[in-house]
Design a binder for this molecule. Structure first.
Ligand SMILES: NC(=O)C1=CN([C@@H]2O[C@H](COP(=O)(O)OP(=O)(O)OC[C@H]3O[C@@H](n4cnc5c(N)ncnc54)[C@H](O)[C@@H]3O)[C@@H](O)[C@H]2O)C=CC1
Ligand SMILES: O=C(CO)COP(=O)(O)O
Length: 351
């Protein structure tokens, strides 16, 4: 079998942490993968130097994953077409608001039999229909098969090689599932492959909305019991959402790393939680806090809450999702954070 070339589209906090894994697994499996891994870098200047040059010289993404070395077979490339033109496996790992524009640049420029893997936790916004899965957006633009990888994976912890798990969702468990699993499965990053791609992806996107509610709760000074209630109600809304809009998922998928585990880790350790806590404690807008606190990284929850709200409104489903709706309204300043609990008190889960 010919070896497969791998390209990573994105070099943020998660993109860089995943490059550390993929750089090692491609090198360790020369019968399966080409050793060189191209990583697309959205060029910027850091301390007077180009980020791509810093990565290729010092083997460190000093802006998005400082203090961690990248394998020397990972090469920063600033042209996305150049990054991907010889790749057989395209790993998409950019904040979801950029995915359409970046994917369109690749139309007709990639191998027709390439496969995609989305690590992106978010949704694509479609004005007429409400939402689209990011994997479907990539699939439609590039006409390739797209699987997903989601899990309880706070990037700096993964980059520390702390033990954790992730879930790959793929329609082709035999071929693509096996190929993708070997690319990520290591002693400290354990992969399970399931066929429920839509549920896996939606768990990843929607847990960011719940994490915002957890952040509001922390900002208000409520304790762990309240956060546990938010996690439980959030999980119920995630299951309800998947059942209503993408029916057919196995219950077991929600207990994979992409489900309950990611919800828990994000509600305790994630950026969405952190920014939303600060939103309650300061009088600054979320966009300002994101800029001040995340140094170019992105919190996807508020945007996702907005996108989810539109779909719920269009389908007359708002009253079934009080937590998702409250997060959207609090993020938009239409509701005070202190009103969150009033929204949850009459949750349909209690009737
Ligand atoms: N950071 C984490 O712990 C985890 C993140 N994820 C998900 O992975 C995806 C990517 O997240 P991160 O790698 O953390 O990114 P990030 O939050 O660090 O964002 C920075 C990235 O966005 C890029 N960027 C900025 N402006 C851009 C533009 N105009 N066009 C294209 N790219 C631009 C930057 O170059 C950089 O690569 C997100 O969907 C996130 O939810 C998933 C698991 C863990
Ligand atoms: O997805 C994540 C952990 O699995 C990271 O969550 P945040 O984007 O909230 O940091």
């Amino acid at each position: 079998m010919a070896t497969k070339n791998v390209a990573i589209i994105g070099s943020g906090n998660w993109g860089s942490a995943i490059a550390r894994i993929v750089g090692r697994t491609t090198k360790a499996n020369p019968d399966k993968y080409g050793e060189r891994v191209n990583m697309w870098v959205f060029e910027e200047t850091v301390n007077g130097r180009k980020l791509s040059e810093i990565i290729n010289t010092d083997h460190e993404n000093v802006k998005y994953l400082p203090g961690k070395k990248l394998p020397e077979n990972v090469f920063a490339v600033t042209d996305v077409v150049e990054t991907c033109k010889d790749a057989d496996i395209l790993i998409f790992v950019i904040p979801h608001q950029f995915v359409t524009r970046v994917s369109k640049q690749l139309v007709g420029k990639i191998k027709p039999d390439a496969i995609g893997l989305s690590l992106i936790k978010g949704l694509s916004c479609v004005p007429s229909d409400g939402i689209k899965l990011v994997s479907d957006e990539i699939k439609e633009i590039l006409k390739i098969d797209v699987s997903v990888l989601m899990g309880a994976n706070i990037a700096p912890e993964v980059a520390n090689d702390n033990y954790c798990e992730a879930t790959i969702g793929t329609k082709d468990k035999q071929k693509n599932g096996a190929l993708l699993k070997t690319l990520f499965h290591t002693d400290f990053f354990r992969i399970n492959v399931v066929a429920d791609t839509e549920a896996v992806e939606l768990c990843g996107a929607l847990k960011n909305v719940v994490a915002c509610a957890a952040g509001f709760s922390d900002g208000l000074g409520y304790g762990d019991n309240t956060k546990a209630a938010i996690i439980r109600l959030g999980m119920m809304e995630i299951v309800r959402f998947v059942t209503q809009f993408y029916p057919g998922a196995q219950l077991s998928t929600f207990f994979e790393s992409c489900g309950l585990a990611d919800l828990v880790t994000t509600c305790y350790g994630g950026r969405n939680r952190r920014v939303c806590e600060a939103y309650v404690k300061s009088d600054k807008p979320l966009a300002v806090l994101e800029k001040e606190m995340l140094n170019g990284q992105s919190a996807q929850g508020p945007l996702t809450a907005d996108e989810v709200f539109e779909l719920l409104r269009k389908t007359n489903s708002l009253e079934k999702y009080p937590l998702f709706v409250a997060v959207k309204r609090i993020c938009k300043g239409e509701l005070k954070a202190k009103d969150l609990i009033d929204c949850l008190r009459t949750h349909p889960e209690y009737t």
